[in-house]
Design a protein. Sequence first.
Length: 317
Amino acid sequence: MMKSSSKVSQLIKDDIQSKIIQIYKSVDPEINTFYYTRKINELIKDFNKNVKLGKKEDICSEKTILLISYADNLKIKGEKNTLNIFNTFFKKRLKQNFNCIHFLPFFPSSSDSGFAVKDHNVIDKRFGNWDHIKRLSKDANIMADIVINHASSKGVWFKNFLKNKDPGKDYFFSVDRKFNTKKVIRPREHPLLQKFKMYDSQKKLWCTFSPDQVDLNFKNPDVLIDFVKIMMTFISKGISIFRLDAVAFIWKKSGTTCLNLTQTHEIIKLLRDIAAKTGFSYEEINVWLFIIIQPSLIFLFFILWRIERKKNLILKK
């Protein structure tokens, strides 16, 4: 059993290196792929040393029922920590019907209903904190969005990018006149390229969704490393399912649609392999710790909430 586990571990380690090479070999031959492979393996090692995860029941079965909600869909006048309010209501009214909760982005954000994330590492103080998510994870499997394609123009990464400082230096995707955008596919009508004043010049930056949501530069491996860290933070806080928001757009290549390119798929596979190394055997991980890219979900929360509210009004009368 130990030998089998060791073999799987080595296979994943080798696969991480091969995927890093596959992703970055065409970007810049000077990129030290061995350095980034070692960095990821060190992150995995540190995670497994410091974080102990308990076993979870299967979430992917015919019995899985997923509830989707914003962190502040439930409010009580005069009370803070909407996640705590949600937890109380969930335990009382919904726990018997739902075994999985998908919270839409609950991080500090500047626009787009939370999808212009300033910082994935903290929860917006209006909603609560990571302890509230951990408590909820004891009663249901928690799914959260990793907004992986872009970041807020009001966040620390972007502010540092403009000043050419870390963390944030070279984190956002800029183009010159040579880049051919004629075939680009995207779901918005505003100008794709937005001008921003840098510390020493002006650059055209790629904004798929809005001028406040600036696309990240995954051709810089440091961006990938930071998202590996974000994923590990999520896992340590009780999140077992990830939705990679707008992941199809993360890799750009001149003259293409810039949608679902080969490197995008390799990055998704890489994140999957890394998740498989965080404290569980490969077989266990395959069952419950997984990545959802484009989920098809039924929005039942408001229906149930309205029924509950109606009941209370009738009882009061």
